[in-house]
Every structure is written in structure tokens, then in C-alpha cells.
Design a protein around this ligand. Structure first.
Ligand code: ADP
Ligand code: MG
Length: 252
């Protein structure tokens, strides 16, 4: 059953955002659509919405317990692809933290894939599909005025805290957190909150039980690289996360 919702406020590549009965809360519906390379590659993948919603819910709860403020309020009880969140004004930055070199870092620099990065590398991208989410320099960040220095240091602190919570948690279920992308927003009260989602769409996760550099991939790189078994990989991540965090809270 679809939860009671108001008007569709925004439809993105992977989720729909709906108004709720309260102005400061919105409902998020996770879709079965997969996109990569700025939506130049697309597919429908059955169960993806449910898996990403359920994985995200549990990771948001874990982060909340560890003191990271997030937008998450709870799952919609009998609808596995919906969650209630605090409405925020999204800061137009994709905040990427890298523990191991992969993806664009290896295409754009001579750093070899798989190289450990210590301390983790923070990369900020300007969130704008039409511009292809370009990597920002410090100077361009200032020029754009997306966030002042105080906010930027709060963003970095929050991203590093997320990493400090997720790395050991995921290592405990034999998942290596290679890198991840966060979106942050400002709530009605002016609080900086972790928003959007945390899922195999937005994290690179490697199975530490497997040596082979393709077989170990349990995230959207399976889709990007046409490796097959995309939903089996997301399902495996869900199974392990659920084993460690069985009962996420319900909102409705
Ligand atoms: P996109 O195609 O832009 O990646 P998604 O399909 O991921 O979009 O849909 C989610 C959209 O909703 C994103 O633009 C994201 O920034 C935004 N969003 C995420 N969390 C919140 C929130 N708590 N309040 C308002 N907007 C949000
Ligand atoms: Mg998105």
C-alpha cells in the first residue's frame, strides 16, 4: 500500500520526493531505475528501490546512534521502498570521501586503482547534471559561494565522521568501504543534516572475502562495467547489513 502523500515535489534519477502532511517533512520513494555516467546509461532493475531504501534506512539509523545528524525519520511500515525524512535545502555539492583509489580519481591522476589513501581524500563536486557534476577547486568553491568556510569545515567534519562510523561497521560484515558520495542539506531549523541516501548506488563496496578485482565488487560499478549480477550484489550487501541491524524503525 502506498503511504498517504501529497504532491510530487521532485523526480530524480533514483528517487521521487513527495510532500507529506507536515511542511517540514517529505516522503522519499526509491525507484527501480538505475543510471550511470550522468544518466547516459539507464536500466530498470527489479528490487533496487527496496534494497537501497532498506540499506539506507539502517545506515542512517546507525549514523544517528553514533551522533551524526541525518534527515532520516523512519520507514513507511508496509511499503518497503518509502521513507519519511526531514525536508532540507540541499547544498549543491557532492561530497566524496575516498579510502581506496578507484573510479574518476584513477582516470584523472596516475594513482593506481586499489591504492590505500590515508587520511581519506575529500573531493567536492558541484551538483549539477547539466554541467556533469564537475570537480571543484578551493578557488572555484569560494567563487561560487555555495558554502562559506565555516560551513565547508562543518561539511568536511561530518563527512569524516560518517567515514569513521561506516568503515569499521562495514569491515565487521566483510565489506571494504572504498569511497562514497554524500549530500548534505540545511533543515528548517538551520541544522546541517546528512540527506539523500547511502546505498550501493552511492558507495563503492568490496567483498573482503573475495580476491578477484571484479568478483569482489558489490556496488553500482557492476552496472557501470557491465559485470552482471547487479541486484545479487545489492542483495548481498542488504543481507549483511540486515544481519547487523535487523529492525529499522517505522515512521508510519
Ligand atoms: P538526482 O537525480 O538529482 O540524483 P535522486 O533521484 O537521487 O535525484 O532524488 C533525490 C533528490 O532529492 C536529489 O536531488 C536530492 O538532492 C534531493 N533530496 C534528498 N534528500 C532530501 C531531503 N531530505 N529534502 C529535500 N530534498 C532531498
Ligand atoms: Mg541522486
Amino acid at each position: 500500500m502506498t503511504p498517504d502523500h501529497g504532491e510530487l515535489l521532485y523526480e530524480g534519477k533514483a528517487k521521487r520526493i513527495y510532500a507529506s502532511a507536515m511542511a517540514d517533512r517529505v516522503l522519499v520513494e526509491f525507484k527501480d531505475d538505475a543510471t550511470a555516467f550522468n544518466a547516459r546509461k539507464r536500466a530498470r532493475m527489479e528490487h533496487k528501490g527496496r534494497l537501497n531504501c532498506q540499506i539506507s534506512a539502517r545506515l542512517f539509523e546507525l549514523l544517528e546512534e553514533e551522533g551524526v545528524p541525518t534527515h532520516y525519520l523512519g520507514l513507511a511500515a508496509d511499503e518497503e521502498t518509502w521513507m519519511m525524512v526531514k525536508r532540507v535545502e540541499i547544498i549543491p555539492l557532492e561530497v566524496v570521501l575516498r579510502n581506496i583509489a578507484a573510479g574518476s580519481l584513477c582516470r584523472e591522476t596516475p594513482i593506481r586503482a586499489g591504492t590505500a589513501i590515508e587520511p581519506a581524500l575529500l573531493d567536492l563536486y558541484y551538483k549539477d547534471d547539466a554541467l556533469g557534476d564537475p570537480l571543484l577547486t578551493q578557488a572555484r568553491l569560494r567563487l561560487l559561494g555555495v558554502a562559506d568556510d565555516a560551513r565547508l569545515s562543518a561539511i568536511e567534519k561530518l563527512a569524516r565522521k560518517v567515514n569513521a562510523v561506516l568503515v569499521p561497521f562495514l569491515a565487521g560484515i566483510d565489506l571494504q568501504l572504498v569511497d562514497f558520495k554524500l549530500e548534505l542539506g540545511i533543515s528548517k531549523n538551520g541544522d546541517l543534516l546528512l540527506a539523500d541516501e547511502i546505498s550501493p548506488d552511492t558507495c563503492r563496496l568490496w567483498d573482503s572475502r573475495i580476491e578477484d578485482s571484479n568478483d569482489r565488487i558489490l556496488d553500482k560499478d557492476r552496472f557501470r562495467k557491465d559485470l552482471g549480477g547487479v541486484m545479487d550484489a545489492y542483495g548481498e550487501v542488504f543481507k549483511r547489513v540486515q544481519g547487523a541491524c535487523p529492525n529499522p524503525r517505522n515512521y508510519l
